[in-house]
Design a protein around this ligand. Structure first.
Ligand code: NAD
Length: 375
């Protein structure tokens, strides 16, 4: 079976296969082709891949011959015209915001797996790309903020006096938020955090941070552990409760997302105005609508001396490690369903992982949320 790893668009530094994983595909009996110079910018040269058994090909040839195509980002409409019917593509597909692509895949009878939709189960943990990327994103967010902030994170007691630690407030304590807290603590900052899911309080405390308690009434979470959307009244209570923590903070990192929906606006302009000039806000939800009023995707804005970072690809800031863990997620997914003896990928739509992450298969929608939205 032929598996192809195309080059990503220029702005994307992450890749979907690193040489270590190429060895594993070859050992499993795959014929692997890699688009020319796909990993060069990270120091993974074509020759490195070639020596390990890959064929280096032009993009068009890769698409025409492949049975499976893996990438970080979704393919273009033009790319899809080159792909064989019944082949499988695996990538972040953004299925709830790109109906055209999803329809196109269904009509062209291309099977597709969306890495955003890997279920949050123990069996699927090793394939969970949202988590592997959010973890590195949380780390990168803190480093970017500390670079922009003209203060040191740790407390320093020197002969010239005592420097007080910087204060970091993390809003949303999922995978990214937990890593942001851990990273800020390691750098010596004083850290506070808030999440609408009360279960998170213990995790925040175990990292040595303070949990900001705000009574917003009953909150719910899905079976997958995702927060459900708050009412407008609850959001207002949350904003009022966070006001003090925000105005005291040198850095705010927001990671609050609601799966499959627009992110809630939590930090409003009046809350930003109360912050000290020189403070920094990193809006990690900027790609899904933004938690911070006025944040702009892929721009650093300055408002009254406060910088609002809108980086939509924070994992890409640590692209080698992000590629390493993403390659692992993809390999583990394919390996789970690979029948090496018969050289077939067993795609069973009743499997609990595949029924979640398959968007299209044999001309039908599979994932229930996608089916509900587009049928
Ligand atoms: P996410 O990226 O969807 O959201 C980030 C965080 O924002 C969540 O903790 C959410 O509760 C919070 N949030 C939403 N609305 C908010 C608001 N108005 N104010 C403040 N916070 C708000 O979530 P995620 O990081 O993908 O993880 C969600 C949960 O799933 C976590 O508990 C995580 O540990 C768990 N998880 C489990 C598995 C597994 O079991 N295999 C894998 C990954 C994650």
């Amino acid at each position: 079976m032929k598996i192809f790893f195309p080059k990503e668009a220029m702005v994307e530094k992450r890749i979907s296969i690193t040489p270590d994983f190429l060895k594993k595909y070859i050992a499993n009996g795959f014929q692997v082709s890699i688009e020319k110079s796909m990993g060069e910018h990270l120091g993974f040269l074509d020759d490195n891949f070639k020596e390990l058994g890959a064929e280096i090909v032009e993009r068009k040839k890769g698409f025409l011959e492949a049975d499976i195509i893996c990438s970080v980002n979704k393919l273009s409409e033009e790319d899809l015209t080159e792909i064989k019917e019944n082949s499988l593509i695996v990538s972040f597909l953004d299925p709830f915001n790109d109906q055209e692509l999803v329809e196109n895949l269904r009509v062209k009878k291309i099977s597709s797996i969306s890495m955003e939709l890997i279920p949050r189960t123990t069996r699927a943990q090793k394939m969970d790309a949202l988590s592997s990327q959010a973890n590195l994103g949380g780390y990168a967010a803190v480093l970017i903020a500390s670079n922009i902030l003209s203060k040191s994170f740790p407390m320093m007691m020197t002969a010239a006096g005592t420097i007080s630690p910087s204060k970091v407030f993390v809003v949303g304590v999922g995978v990214a938020g937990l890593q942001a807290i851990a990273t800020a603590k390691r750098l010596g900052a004083k850290v506070e955090a808030f999440d609408t899911r009360p279960v998170v309080e213990e995790q925040v405390k175990s990292l040595g941070a303070r949990f900001v308690k705000i009574d917003i009434g009953e909150t719910e979470e899905t079976a997958q552990g995702y927060a459900k959307e708050l009412s407008e009244e609850q959001i207002n209570l949350q904003r009022a409760g966070m006001k003090k923590a925000c105005s005291n903070s040198d850095v705010i990192i927001t990671t609050a997302q609601v799966f499959g929906r627009k992110a809630p606006v939590i930090i409003t302009s009046d809350m930003i105005e109360d912050m000290q000039p020189g403070s920094v806000i990193v809006d990690m939800a900027v790609g899904t609508g933004g938690n911070v009023e006025g944040s702009v995707p892929d721009e650093n804005l300055e408002l009254n001396g406060i910088t609002i970072v809108g980086n939509t690809n924070l994992p890409g800031e640590v692209a080698i490690h992000a590629s390493q863990v993403y390659s692992a997620n993809i390999f583990n997914l394919i390996d789970e369903f690979w029948d090496q003896k018969n050289s077939i990928l067993e795609i069973t739509t009743s499997d609990e992982i595949l029924s979640g992450c398959l968007v299209t298969h044999k001309g039908e929608f599979v994932n229930s949320m996608v089916k509900e939205r587009y049928s």
